[in-house]
Design a protein around this ligand. Sequence first.
Ligand code: ZN
Length: 252
Amino acid sequence: MSGEASPNLDAALIYAHRGWPVIPIHSVQDGHCSCGRAACSSIGKHPRTAHGLKDATVEEAQIQDWWRLWPDANVGIVTGNQSGLVVLDIDPRNGGADSLTDLQGRNGALPKTIQSLTGGGGHHFFFQHPGGIVKSKPIVKGVDVKADGGYVVAPPSTHGSGERYRWNSLRNPDDVVLAALPVWLRAQLIQRVESLPKPSTGTFPGKIHQGQRNKTLARIAGAMRRHGADEATILQSLKAHNRQHCDPPLSE
Ligand SMILES: [Zn+2]
């Protein structure tokens, strides 16, 4: 085994040096998952180690040990606060491509950032974690956010389709800067993660009238802060609420 080249090990070490904790993931051979279960529902996508994500590390010795044990293990990168990454996962088989077109049509194009192609026709867009808590969850049809508590399978892992994951050649991590999470997406994630508090007066989400405006916006800000939103996200959200719900809007 020693001396045998493992492109997956090389990649895992590069990611670790970048500060992205990695875990070994089951691999795919002839369409079968290395876990050996005929009915595996997550072929080549689930962790190989006993404690899964909790085992993630940037320590070279541990990474060497894992890939000595399983030279063809796929590479998982942990998302969320641990790595500073939020990944937008587009799955075209579930309508993700259309959803992405729709999202960009309403909010503007995603900024240039690191991007990988899954072996199954999907895309992973990598962004800076904004701080606080961003939960991993679906946001619209075929579009998932991978953040705290999540991970992504990374190049050059093998996909169930037989293809390998790869970096978009014009969007690879060596050449492209990790973009900030777009503001509209941050705002949406915070709202999705913790639905915004409703005031006891029952006037929200309708109009917020003079005399209630400051108090209501302060209550929203307080709740977002408690849930870990950063100031920029809070400000953005308050401005949107002010414009949409305050009658008349407070001056910004
Ligand atoms: Zn499996």
